[in-house]
Design a protein around this ligand. Structure first.
Ligand SMILES: [Zn+2]
Length: 123
């Protein structure tokens, strides 16, 4: 059984009972520091084909994957969603997926996008 939290186009989450590790090629985008972890962010060529999902997060490998063919906005929103999946897992927050985690990821993405340089004016 694998441990990937997957984000599907309809916003639904399942944890499939088949092994997914590293099907298809991927490209390393960056690392994001969360608490004591360095979470890897990768673009995957085959996420949509193999699982019909936009993104996924693995707490075991601390990796977020995004499908390479998403639009820029879809990638950003999916990254925000998977970041919250990582935070939820690392801090054991037990956020309700649809009512809390999904809504938080949408609004955080919006606030960050609509308020460029959010912290720049502070001394
Ligand atoms: Zn999710």
């Amino acid at each position: 059984m694998d441990d990937w939290y997957r984000t599907f186009p309809m916003g639904h989450e399942i944890n499939p009972f088949f092994n997914s590790t590293n099907k298809g090629e991927y490209k390393e985008l960056r690392k994001i520091k969360i608490a004591g972890y360095q979470v890897k962010v990768q673009e995957s060529a085959h996420l949509l084909d193999n699982y019909n999902c936009f993104g996924e997060y693995s707490p075991t490998t601390q990796t977020i994957k995004l499908d390479a063919r998403l639009t820029r906005q879809q990638k950003e929103e999916t990254l925000m969603h998977e970041l919250l999946e990582a935070i939820n897992s690392i801090y054991d927050l037990n956020l309700d997926h649809d009512n809390q985690l999904c809504k938080l990821s949408v609004v955080l993405h919006q606030v960050i996008k609509d308020n460029k340089g959010l912290f720049d004016h502070m001394s």
